[in-house]
Design a protein around this ligand. Sequence first.
Ligand code: NAD
Ligand code: UDP
Length: 329
Amino acid sequence: MIVLVTGGAGFIGSHTCIALLEAGFKVIVADNLCNSRVEILNKVMEITKKNIIFYEIDVTNEHSVDRIFSEHHIDGVIHFAGYKAVGESVKEPLKYYYNNIISTIVLVRACQKYKVQRFVFSSSATVYGENEVPFKESMILKPTTNPYGESKTISERILIDVSEANPAFSVALLRYFNPIGAHESGLIGEEPNGAPNNLMPYITQVAKGKIEKLRIFGADYPTFDGTGVRDYIHVMDLAEGHIAALIHLKEGIHKYNLGSGKGTSVLELVTIFEEETGIKIPFDVIDRRPGDIAECYADVRKAREELNWYVIRDLRMMCRDAWRFEKNI
Ligand code: NAD
Ligand code: UDP
């Protein structure tokens, strides 16, 4: 089976390429390297000892995408390519709506033209908005608080409409919770551009001495220790969720939460990181970050029942793997 992976040089895409290659899939990556480097794909090939066909293209460009579909018999698409910085999306909404939505439309049109019936989409837990935890796939989505989140909700909506009009087009909407960690080789991991926005890369950079102190965004949330609660998932577990989705994908539209099902607070994650690495993480508690919700964790029963997928890596492993990678770069 040949899979086109858009955004395959990025954080989640590169780990998913490893899982795909190890499961015996042939992989074509389309990435414009706006937030990644071609060396990452070389490392994926080094780890797996398998080949990747790489197209350095922008997937909002219809002609470039058409070329890939005309040159290969593609069996399925996993669409990771997109922008993901929430704060930047508030400042530059059009950039986000354009890239994240047009890329989805261009790829779906190519799938229709070339009769590719399997499509796996990188969605996000952010589409639930401020709902009651745990988030369930059947919930009515609440408005998100930023253009990034809206671009995911709109892309989901487009895919739902296309699949309803043509049920043979099988779509998995994968709603990721908080992917952290890195491949156990320490060769690939999360490489944020500039100062990190997310908690784990911030922690590892403090541990390395690149940043002086962690800033905890609020300790007055209605959670058990006052800090924000999230559902952290090892990026390799998340990667393997894509294989399960591709294999089990049936006709129509299917939504799955990919998370651990467990909520962890900021302070808990800091403590586990300190225990696993023996490094103290100094922090200050500052004001809440605008747009953040108190708690976000998944009900993961649907993915377990329908995809036979569930996480096998714990928080300690996520911390160890993230730290091993940070030390290597
Ligand atoms: P990433 O930025 O590391 O990877 C995205 C990749 O897409 C990059 O390699 C980038 O160069 C490429 N890209 C972006 N726009 C492109 C375009 N128009 N044409 C070709 N390539 C393009 O991000 P990630 O963390 O790996 O996230 C992958 C997907 O998962 C994104 O769609 C993101 O919104 C979604 N997601 C991520 C998280 C998270 O916490 N990382 C959570 C939920 C959902
Ligand atoms: N967070 C924090 N300091 C940081 C980055 C994040 O306290 O430097 C908190 C944030 O408020 C949230 C949790 O850590 O409660 C996870 O944040 P992240 O940005 O990683 O994920 P998201 O908020 O997108 O779920």
